[in-house]
Design a protein around this ligand. Sequence first.
Ligand code: RIB
Ligand code: CA
Length: 311
Amino acid sequence: MARPIIIDTDPGQDDAVAILLALASPELDVLGITTVAGNVPQPLVTTNALRLCELVGRTDVPVFIGAHQPLVRELFTAEYVHGPTGIDGADLPDPVTTAQPKHAVDFIIDTCLAAGTDGVTLCPVGPLTNIASAIAREPMIIPKIREIALMGGGFFAGGNTTPVAEFNIYVDPDAASLVFNSGVPITMFSLDVTHKALVLPEDLDRIRAIDTPVGEAVAGMLGYYERHDVEKYGIAGAPLHDPCVIAYLIDPDLFTGKACRVDVETESELTVGQTIVDWWGVTGAEPNTMVMSEIDRSGFIDLVVERIAEL
Ligand code: RIB
Ligand code: CA
């Protein structure tokens, strides 16, 4: 039985690979894609999600428009990383399909309330605005959420947007704080593990060798997307942040970590958006998150390349 999931996303090249990986994987049943302003604003994140579903002939997967801005703060976007389209490097046509009329938050609420005993897995790979809004508006969904597997945060790795804050959490720290305090089981893929999920030049060559429109689009996106992090960090390739969430759901053995208490700084302008991960358990606080720290990188890359090649 395929695991029912909702992908909440701000495409973004790495979001795009996460979406494509999920759509290529029979282990997962993508009930819908909900969009959130992040890497680029609305409606572009929604347009990109529609483009990606059309690229792989999956217009059966409904796309829902979500938040246009964070709960409290002003929207901060990342065209400096992802380019003006958000998925620069791929030349995808404007979509011919449209988003669903229902709001993303209503879709998340309705889907969770209607879920069976196994519940729904939420996969936020952008700012947590939609997820927090759904939980705040309808707390009855909490027992129907099997797990929130999210990309966001950092601890020993610090931040990528400020010295201590990772982009998804930085954009909407108030939403992130609500989610981490919701009581829902959370599995966190922070920069500490995603910065080890690098696409090395030889991996990109494998993707380029996938002689399909999908392979061409993914190679183009990653070729564009890597330039920022390679230059900033002096690393050998782009970190595949968001696909870590999907790869974990397909093959959990690719990752290891431990249960920790995680809180989010929402007040200090110096450290807003920092995820405070009690890795050594010094507070004695009850853990609320499985924090992933290690990845089988080659196994992860093999999974991504093999599944993308099947699309
Ligand atoms: O910090 C990396 C995260 O921010 C990824 O989800 C990327 O897509 C951006 O949203
Ligand atoms: Ca993202």
